[in-house]
Design a protein. Structure first.
Length: 76
């Protein structure tokens, strides 16, 4: 699975944190959640942390789901 990329975050004066993915808004965090996010992003892989916090990451089951009988509609 490729590493997440294209994420950025910005701290605002009122304490909120805005997260974008390829320039589009992906989430806004406020209060204690924003503080927890910042601590985690600054101590680890920020791209991976942002992908996890926004839910914009792959779970690893996409290939298996593609081959499930209900998803194989026209393919044989």
């Amino acid at each position: 699975m490729p590493r997440p990329h294209g994420f950025a975050y910005e701290r605002h004066a009122d304490g909120t944190v805005g997260i974008t993915h390829h320039g589009r808004p992906a989430g806004t965090l406020r209060g204690a959640r924003a503080e927890k996010f910042l601590a985690e992003a600054e101590s680890g892989d920020a791209q991976l942390v942002m992908a996890r916090w926004t839910g914009a990451y792959k779970h690893g089951n996409e290939r298996a789901a593609r081959d499930h009988p209900r998803n194989r509609s026209g393919r044989r």
